[in-house]
Ligand binder design. Structure first.
Ligand SMILES: [Zn+2]
Length: 82
């Protein structure tokens, strides 16, 4: 299956939360700073954009404050609900 992502000149990393163990924290792909989506202090990152679908968070775009890399978080909706 071919799915081309639109790649802009400035690199944007995509993190799939379904592939992350634990509480969803992950190291910045570029500088290694640990970024936790649950960290609302936004000390390590800054939220650029949020996409919401049916009241659920679908996509989160944030910027690493340390190196300025743009990171897209996906996979919020994949958690199984009972
Ligand atoms: Zn970084």
């Amino acid at each position: 299956m071919m799915k081309k992502a639109t790649v802009k000149k400035s690199a944007m990393y995509t993190i799939d939360l379904t592939k992350i163990d634990g509480d969803g924290a992950f190291p910045c792909p570029k500088c290694g700073t640990v970024i936790s989506p649950d960290d609302e202090s936004e000390e390590a990152y800054q939220i650029v954009e949020t996409k919401v679908k049916n009241d659920d968070l679908e996509e989160l775009i944030l910027t690493c404050k340390k190196c300025g890399t743009t990171i897209k978080l996906v996979g919020f909706l994949s958690q199984p609900e009972t």
